[in-house]
Design a protein around this ligand. Structure first.
Ligand code: ADP
Ligand code: MG
Length: 700
C-alpha cells in the first residue's frame, strides 16, 4: 500500500488547531492528546441530560443529585473554625439552591456570576438546603447557549484545562475534524447498516454532540465494534496461519484404545466432559490443525479429557505430549496418566530437568523412536535436544503460565510436516475460568471447549471470612485439624510492587508461627524467590505428609494436589483478586474430608462485599465475571501482559454480542482472503492506526 500523498490533517500537532497554541498544547499532552486525531478521539467519559439532572426544587435532603443552574450570587465566607468556604447560589426554572465548597476559597476566581454550573453531590440541610458538590463543571456564561434540553458531554479534564476550555476547543474545531475523519471509514457502509452500526464520522459526532444518551451510546458501540473487529482480524490471521496454512493431521479413529480407556475409567464422564471429548475428537479427525482451548475450573476433570485426545493420536499411530509449567505438576500428571493407562498398551514417559543422565537418555530414546506414546514434561520438552518420532498432538496445561510462543513451540517441536504427515494438533488447557468476553479477546485465535460442570460427589468447600483479630481462633482451628491428621496452607499476599517487603512479611511470619504459635507442629515455607530446588523440596515434603502446615505465597496457586490438605487460610484476602482467591481455594477440597477456606481480612464494607462473592459460590465462571466487573478488562488476570490492547470503547458487559460477531466476521473474511489482498483498507488500519504491525507478523 503506497503512502497516501498527503498526510491527513488529523495527524497535525494539536497545537495548530484553533484556540490551542503552544501553552494549551502542553496541557493537552498531559491528557495524551498530541495530534488533532487524539483530540477527536478524546470522547466524553460520561453524559448528563434531563434524565440525570434534577430540577433544583426537587432536590431533597439526603439525596445525591446532579443539578444545573446559573450562578446568581457568590462569595467566600469565613466560618467560626477559621475555615474559608466558597459559596454560590444557583438557579434554574424551578428554584434556587446554595452550593458550598468548604476549604476551597480559590474557586472564587474561576466561577463568575452568570456562569452555568453543573454540580453533583449530596443535599443537606443546615439553615437551608445546600449541596456540597463532590464534582462540578463550569459550563461557562449561561447566555452562550445554556444547557436546556441538551445532553452535556463530560470530558476527562486536567488541571488548567477545564471542561469549559476543552469544550470550547472542541466546539471550534469539531466540524473540520469530523470532515477529515470521514475518508478514514474502514468499513463498507452497507455492511455497517446490516450490523446496525453507524459510520465512523456519525459515531464520533454522536459521542461529542449527542442528541440523546441513546445516540451517544450508539456512537460508542460502533467505535467498540471497530476495536473488536481489528483485534479479531489479527486473531483470525494467527489462527489461519496455525490451522490452515499448514497441512494438519486427519486422525483416524479406530476406537481400539479409546474404548479401553472408556471401559477402565473408575467413573462416568460428566456431560460437560463428554461434550468436550466429542468436540476435540471431531476437530482432530478433520484434516486441518486443531488449535483449541479447554477451559474448566480446578477439579473439573480436564486431564481425562486430554487423555482421550492423546489416545486418539496414539491409535492413529502418533505420539502425544503434555507440557506442564512446573516439575511437580508434570510428575503429578505422569503418575495420574500412568495410573489411568494401567493395562492399556501405551507407554508413558516423563521428561523434566530433574532426571538423571541415564533416565534422561532412556526417555529421549523412547521419545525419538516413537515408542513413548504419551510424553509428559516441563519446558524440558521444548529443548532442541528433544526429537519426537511422530508427534501428532501437543497438550499444554495451565497455558496462561506460558506465552503464545511457548505454547506454539511444543507443536513446532514435533512438526512432521516435512515428512508429509502434517503438523501436530494443539490443545491448551486452563484452570483459570475467564468470562467469554475476555476469552474471545485474549484467545480469539483458538476454538473453545468448556467444562462448566464438576464431577458429582464432591463436597463443597466451606468458605468463611474472619477479621484479623480472630486470628488466634483460626490458629486453634488449624491445630485441631492437624491433630485430626489433616494438613493446612497459610497463604500471604505477594503484590508485585512491594514484593521485597511482602516477602519479608511472609518469611517473618513463618518464623513467628514456627517458634511461637505452632512449636509442636511441622512447618514449611515456599515463596517465589526461593531457588527452585528448595521450593520443590518443601512442596514435596508437604505432598508426602512430612509437613503439617505449608506457609506460602501465591506460588502454590498452580500445581500442588494434596488430598489430605483441608484448610486454606488466606491472610489479607483483600489484596487478592477474586479469581486468584478462587484458584488458591482450589488447593483444598480434593479429598473425602470436609475442607475449609478462611479469608482473613480487615477491610472496608466494599471489599467485604467483594469477598462475599467467594463465600456465596464455588462457580469459577461466576467468580470470574464478578472479578471482571470489579477490576475491569485491563487488570483482570493480567490481561495487559497477555498483549491485549487497551480498549477505550469496548465495554465487556454491554458488548458481548459484538464480540462474537466480530470474531465470526473476521474469521470468514480471513478464510476468503487470508492476506487481505482484497481488503487493503483493513490491512492499512492494522499496520498504521493500530500500530500492530509487529504482532501481525509475530508467531503463527
Ligand atoms: P483439573 O481440571 O483441575 O485438571 P483433574 O483432571 O485433575 O482436574 O481432575 C480432578 C479429579 O477429579 C481427579 O482426581 C480425577 O480423577 C477426578 N475426576 C475427573 N473426572 C471425573 C468424573 N467424571 N467423575 C468423578 N471424578 C472425576
Ligand atoms: Mg489439571
Amino acid at each position: 500500500m503506497p503512502a497516501p500523498p498527503f498526510p491527513s490533517p488529523l495527524d497535525r500537532p494539536v497545537q495548530f488547531l484553533k484556540g490551542v497554541g503552544p501553552k494549551r498544547a502542553e496541557m493537552l499532552a498531559r491528557l495524551d492528546i498530541r495530534s488533532a486525531r487524539d483530540l477527536l478521539y478524546h470522547v466524553p467519559r460520561r453524559y448528563e441530560d434531563a434524565s440525570t439532572v434534577l430540577p433544583i426544587n426537587s432536590a431533597q435532603a439526603g439525596m445525591d443529585v446532579t443539578l444545573i443552574g446559573t450562578v446568581v450570587s457568590k462569595g467566600v465566607i469565613p466560618t467560626r473554625k477559621g475555615l474559608r468556604v466558597f459559596q454560590a447560589v444557583i438557579r434554574d426554572d424551578s428554584g434556587l439552591i446554595e452550593c458550598s465548597w468548604p476549604g476551597q476559597p480559590f474557586l472564587d476566581r474561576s466561577i463568575e456570576r452568570g456562569d452555568l454550573l453543573l454540580v453533583t453531590g449530596p443535599v443537606r440541610i443546615f439553615n437551608h438546603r445546600q449541596v456540597q458538590p463532590r464534582e462540578f463543571v463550569n459550563l461557562g456564561p449561561a447566555d452562550e447557549g445554556g444547557a436546556a434540553g441538551v445532553v452535556l458531554p463530560i470530558y476527562p479534564a486536567t488541571e488548567g484545562l477545564s471542561q469549559r476550555i476543552l469544550r470550547s476547543i472542541l466546539d471550534a474545531n469539531i466540524d473540520v475534524l469530523l470532515q477529515a475523519v470521514e475518508p478514514e471509514e474502514p468499513f463498507d457502509i452497507a455492511e455497517l447498516k446490516r450490523l446496525g452500526l453507524s459510520p465512523l464520522r456519525a459515531s464520533l459526532e454522536a459521542m461529542h454532540r449527542p442528541a440523546s444518551l441513546a445516540d451517544a451510546e450508539r456512537g460508542r458501540r460502533r467505535l467498540a465494534w471497530e476495536e473488536l473487529f481489528f483485534l479479531q482480524l489479527l486473531h483470525a490471521r494467527t489462527r489461519h496461519r496455525a490451522t490452515r496454512e499448514r497441512k494438519g493431521i486427519a486422525f483416524t479413529r479406530t476406537n481400539e484404545l479409546l474404548r479401553q480407556l472408556y471401559r477402565r475409567l473408575p467413573f462416568e464422564l460428566t456431560a460437560a466432559q463428554q461434550r468436550a471429548v466429542a468436540e476435540i475428537l471431531t476437530d482432530m479427525t478433520s484434516p486441518h490443525r486443531m488449535n483449541r482451548l479447554l477451559q474448566g475450573d480446578v477439579g473439573s476433570g480436564k486431564t481425562v479429557v486430554a487423555l482421550f485426545a492423546m489416545l486418539l493420536a496414539n491409535e492413529s499411530g502418533f505420539q502425544a505430549a503434555l507440557m506442564a509449567p512446573t516439575e511437580i505438576l508434570a510428575e503429578q500428571h505422569y503418575r495420574t496418566l500412568a495410573r489411568l493407562l494401567e493395562g492399556i498398551p501405551v507407554q508413558v514417559v516423563l521428561l523434566t530437568g530433574r532426571l538423571g543422565a541415564a533416565d534422561r537418555r532412556a526417555a529421549l530414546a523412547a521419545i525419538a523412536s516413537g515408542e513413548a506414546g504419551v510424553v509428559v514434561g516441563t519446558h524440558a520438552l521444548i529443548q532442541e535436544s528433544v526429537q519426537f518420532g511422530r508427534l501428532g498432538l501437543a497438550v499444554v496445561d495451565e497455558q496462561h503460565r506460558f506465552g503464545v510462543k511457548q505454547r506454539m513451540a511444543l507443536a513446532e517441536m514435533g512438526d512432521t510436516a516435512a515428512d508429509g504427515l502434517g503438523s501436530p494438533d494443539l490443545l491448551v488447557m486452563s484452570a483459570t475460568p475467564i468470562p467469554r468476553s475476555l476469552a474471545l479477546s485474549l484467545y480469539g485465535d483458538l476454538d473453545f471447549s468448556i467444562l462448566d460442570e464438576r464431577p458429582p460427589g464432591r463436597r463443597p468447600i466451606r468458605t468463611v471470612m474472619r477479621p484479623q483479630q480472630k486470628r488466634e481462633k483460626v490458629y486453634d482451628f488449624i491445630r485441631e485439624q492437624v491433630v485430626a491428621g489433616r494438613q493446612a496452607y497459610l497463604v500471604y499476599p505477594l503484590v508485585e510492587e512491594s514484593e521485597k517487603i511482602d516477602l519479608l512479611a511472609a518469611t517473618a511470619e513463618y518464623e513467628r508461627l514456627r517458634a511461637d504459635v505452632f512449636p509442636e507442629l511441622r512447618l514449611g515455607l515456599v515463596h517465589g524467590q526461593m531457588p527452585g530446588e528448595e521450593k520443590d523440596s518443601a512442596m514435596l515434603a508437604f505432598v508426602a505428609g512430612e509437613l503439617d502446615i505449608l506457609v506460602a505465597t501465591t506460588v502454590i496457586e498452580v500445581g500442588i494436589d494434596v488430598a489430605n490438605a483441608t484448610v486454606m487460610v488466606i491472610e489479607h484476602a483483600e489484596r487478592f483478586g477474586l479469581s486468584q482467591l478462587h484458584q488458591l481455594r482450589g488447593r483444598v477440597g480434593r479429598g473425602a474430608e470436609e475442607s475449609w477456606c478462611i479469608l482473613l481480612s480487615d477491610a472496608d464494607p466494599a471489599t467485604t462485599e467483594r469477598l462475599r462473592t467467594l463465600v456465596r459460590t464455588e462457580d469459577g465462571f461466576e467468580i470470574a465475571r464478578a472479578d471482571l466487573r470489579i477490576r475491569g478488562m485491563g487488570d483482570f488476570f493480567g490481561a495487559r501482559q497477555h498483549g491485549l490492547p487497551a480498549f477505550r470503547f469496548f465495554d465487556p458487559e454491554k458488548d458481548e454480542d459484538l464480540l462474537g460477531r466480530a470474531r465470526d466476521h473476521a474469521r470468514r473474511l480471513v478464510e476468503a482472503d487470508p492476506d487481505l489482498l482484497e481488503h487493503a483498507r483493513f490491512r492499512e488500519v492494522l499496520e498504521s492506526r493500530w500500530q500492530l504491525r509487529e504482532r501481525m507478523y509475530d508467531v503463527g
